[in-house]
Design a protein around this ligand. Structure first.
Ligand SMILES: Cc1cc2nc3c(=O)[nH]c(=O)nc-3n(C[C@H](O)[C@H](O)[C@H](O)COP(=O)(O)O)c2cc1C
Length: 377
């Protein structure tokens, strides 16, 4: 049984499996490895400065002549959220109190302040680069999009938000466009913008995710988008998950965590080990890192926000508190504090492998599961 679906024709790839855009992890080396193996490698470029993004795109092109994509976030989705305490102090006014909390945490954990290089690494920026527009400002996002258009990338993926305003420019370049959604109403919005593929990412997934479980989300998105091809995502870490997404009406999968424990992934070795060591109960959804609900491997840092007196600040304020702590913990290789984002499928991952082997297992496992299901009917 062949895994070929419409997704393969849309993106001109062999297998309908995309490497999820994962900030810090989906680097040129990993994206190229997945594309070379017949999937679709997607750069996790949300935090890349425009200059760094252009370098990354050119680097992937050096490493593969196959199609690849770029994932970023879009301006409207990262606007400054209102803090719940409508009559209380603004998030900016609260920062000193939160910094004190973070400093106390560092003292208890015996963490020493990270260097500028270590901080840059944690945020995913190049410390030697001349400064451009402030990160996550509207100018920053627009400059990223200009680079993506100028470099005529084969595929663009909006990790959050609607790529509608850029569709004309993408169409002129022949760029295929996808968007990640976590609810039917978002799926309808991006479908109305005329995009090519929708990624339905459910609650099981690593990083920012949806309150709706993957199993329930995929078929409802498929039914709502009038025949646009859908990739399932969230907790899909082996071939059975890919097959299940297809049973639910998706035409392939967008896979993140399974590619974290690979030789090529851009995360640190102790973080790869944390994935290998974790089981299905070891993740939690927490606002402690970015300010938005994101699935992380449970850590002393995520727990401090459950046990402690403070509610995490909204994006973009919480990262100002979290990043110095996580950078210091990463520098100290503290898997108990900075193990990173991951989905609930990590219990299925038991070794660090080359990315091409992970892709091959996903394909073979999906084919086997689909054959097994066909035999049962
Ligand atoms: C380490 C990590 C970083 C992520 N960073 C991003 C990101 O920068 N942009 C984005 O659109 N999604 C991001 N995600 C979400 C993934 O794109 C994807 O939807 C998710 O990993 C799918 O669930 P899975 O990990 O269970 O496969 C991230 C996920 C992980 C695990």
């Amino acid at each position: 049984m062949s895994l070929r679906t419409r997704i393969c024709d849309i993106f001109e790839i062999e297998y309908p499996i995309a490497l999820a855009g994962m900030g810090g992890a989906s680097t040129p080396a990993l994206a190229a490895a997945v594309s070379n193996a017949g999937g679709l490698g997607i750069l996790g470029a949300a935090a890349c400065s425009p200059e760094m993004l252009r370098r990354w795109i050119r680097e992937v092109r050096e490493l593969t002549d196959k199609p690849f994509g770029v994932d970023t976030l879009l301006p409207a989705s990262v606007r400054r959220e209102t803090f719940k305490q409508a009559d209380g102090p603004s998030p900016a006014e609260l920062i000193p109190e939160y910094q004190k909390f973070a400093a106390e945490f560092m003292e208890v954990e015996k963490l020493t302040k990270a260097s500028m290089q270590e901080m840059a690494r944690e945020v995913g920026i190049d410390p030697n680069e001349k400064s451009g527009p402030p990160m996550f400002s509207k100018e920053f996002f627009n400059a990223q999009m200009d680079v993506i258009v100028e470099e005529r990338v084969p595929v663009y993926a909006a990790g959050l938000g609607n790529p509608g305003p850029w569709m004309d420019r993408f169409r002129k370049n022949g760029t295929k466009v996808m968007a990640v959604v976590g609810a039917v109403r978002h799926a309808r919005q991006v479908a109305a913008s005329g995009i090519d593929v929708i990624v339905a990412q459910g609650h099981d997934g690593g990083g920012h995710n949806s309150p709706v479980g993957t199993m329930a989300l995929i078929p409802q998105v498929v039914d709502a988008v009038g025949g646009i091809a859908v990739l399932g995502a969230g907790g899909i870490s082996d071939g059975r998950g890919v097959a299940a997404a297809m049973m639910l009406g998706a035409e392939g999968a967008w896979v993140g965590s399974a590619f974290l424990a690979t030789e090529e992934a851009g995360i640190l070795d102790f973080q790869k080990q944390a994935i290998v060591d974790s089981n299905e109960e070891n993740t939690t959804v927490s606002r402690s890192v970015t300010g938005k609900p994101a699935r992380v491997i449970k850590s002393k840092w995520s727990q401090a926000w459950v046990d402690g007196p403070l509610e995490p600040l909204p994006m973009p304020f919480q990262p100002m508190i979290a990043m110095p702590v996580l950078a210091a913990a990463s520098a100290a290789k503290r898997g108990d504090i900075a193990p990173g984002f991951a989905g609930q499928g990590i219990g299925m991952i038991d070794a660090v492998r080359p990315a091409k082997d992970v892709l091959a297992s996903l394909v073979a496992g999906a084919e086997k599961a689909l054959e097994g299901a066909a035999r049962k009917t």
